[in-house]
Write a protein that binds this ligand. Structure first.
Ligand code: KIV
Length: 287
C-alpha cells in the first residue's frame, strides 16, 4: 500500500509543519513522558534535510544505511568514519534545529579509545547531537566511557546489520523467551551504562513492550511495534526508492516515478531540440 493521503487529503495538500525551535534530548524525554510519538527518518544530504526539517520531523538519523541506499553497496559495513562525518555535516547544515543522530560505522567503536575519539568527531566536526552504536552486553564499558566523555549515546539493539553474519543473517530478534530476556537485559544494562536513548530493530512488539516498561529513556523502534515511543524508517524505503523492503516498512511515497518522469521529459526535450531555448542562453556583448 502506498500512503498518498492523510484524512482523505491528497499528500500535496497536507500542511507543512514548521519547527518550534531546537529539538533536544530533553524534548524527546518530554515526548516520552507526554506519550507524544516521535517520528524519525534517516537522511543523508543537505537538500533533503531542508525538506524534512520543514515537515516537522524532529529526529534525523544519518544512518550507515547510506552505504547501501546512497552508495549501492551490499551491506552497511562499507560506511567509513570520514564518509559518515561528511554526510552528517551536510544534514546538520540543512536542518539546524532537528535532533541529529550520527551512526557509528562498522569498526569505529571496537575499543574504548576509538569509540570516544570517533564519537567526539560526530559531535565536534559534524554537529551531531548524539551517536548511535550497535550494541550487546559486551559494549557496556564502551557506552559508559563514551557517556562519561560527554557523548550522548543511543544504543541500537535487536537486529544489528553490522553483525548480520554473526546473527545468522538479517533475521528478526527476540523470537524466543530466552532471546527476549537477553534483549531486556541488554536494554537495562545500556541505560545503566549511560545510554540516553534506545533503538530496537526488528523485534516483536511484546519484547518492545517489556523494554519500554523496564527503562526510563525514550525507546525508538525500527520494525519494533507500536509500543515504542518513536519510529524510524530508512528514507529510501519509505519513499519507494528501494525495491525489496522488510515487512515493517510502509511506503509513503513513490519518488522514483517523479524522478523518472522528469528525467524522461528532459531526455525527450534534448533529443527533439526543445531544450535549450533562447531564454537558457548567455549573450555576447557586441564590442
Ligand atoms: O543505518 C540505519 O539506517 C539504521 C536504521 C535502520 C535504524 O540504523
Amino acid at each position: 500500500m502506498t500512503v498518498t493521503s492523510v484524512n482523505n487529503k491528497p499528500a500535496a495538500e497536507i500542511p507543512v509543519k514548521h519547527s518550534a525551535g531546537k529539538t533536544t534530548l530533553n524534548t524527546l524525554k518530554i515526548m516520552r513522558q507526554s506519550q507524544r510519538p516521535i517520528a524519525m527518518l534517516t537522511c543523508y544530504d543537505f537538500p533533503t534535510a531542508k525538506i524534512l526539517a520543514t515537515c516537522g520531523v524532529p529526529v534525523l538519523l544519518v544512518g550507515d544505511s547510506a552505504a547501501t541506499t546512497v552508495l549501492g553497496e551490499s551491506s552497511t559495513i562499507h560506511a567509513t568514519m570520514d564518509f559518515m562525518v561528511l554526510l552528517t555535516r551536510a544534514v546538520r547544515r540543512g536542518a539546524p534545529e532537528v535532533f541529529l543522530m550520527g551512526d557509528m560505522p562498522f569498526g569505529s567503536y571496537a575499543t574504548v579509545e576509538s569509540a570516544v575519539g570517533n564519537g567526539k568527531r560526530f559531535l565536534a566536526e559534524a554537529g551531531a547531537d548524539c551517536v548511535k552504536l550497535e550494541c550487546d552486553l559486551r559494549h557496556e564499558s564502551i557506552v559508559r566511557a563514551m557517556t562519561m566523555a560527554g557523548i550522548p549515546v543511543c544504543a541500537h539493539l535487536g537486529l544489528l546489520p553490522q553483525r548480520a553474519v554473526q546473527q545468522g543473517g538479517y533475521r528478526y530478534q527476540g523470537r524466543t523467551e530466552q532471546e527476549a530476556d537477553r534483549l531486556v537485559r541488554e536494554a537495562v544494562a545500556m541505560e545503566q551504562a549511560g545510554a540516553e536513548l534506545l533503538l530496537l530493530e526488528a523485534v516483536p512488539d511484546r519484547v518492545s513492550q517489556r523494554i519500554v516498561e523496564a527503562v526510563d529513556c525514550p525507546v525508538l523502534g525500527c520494525g519494533a511495534g507500536p509500543s515504542c515511543h518513536g519510529h524510524v524508517l530508512v528514507l529510501h524505503d519509505m519513499l519507494g526508492y528501494t525495491e525489496k523492503v522488510p515487512r515493517f516498512v510502509e511506503r509513503f511515497g513513490t519518488v522514483t516515478a517523479a524522478v523518472a518522469e522528469a528525467a524522461s521529459a528532459y531526455v525527450q526535450a534534448v533529443e527533439t531540440r526543445a531544450y535549450p531555448q533562447v531564454r537558457h542562453q548567455y549573450g555576447v556583448k557586441e564590442s
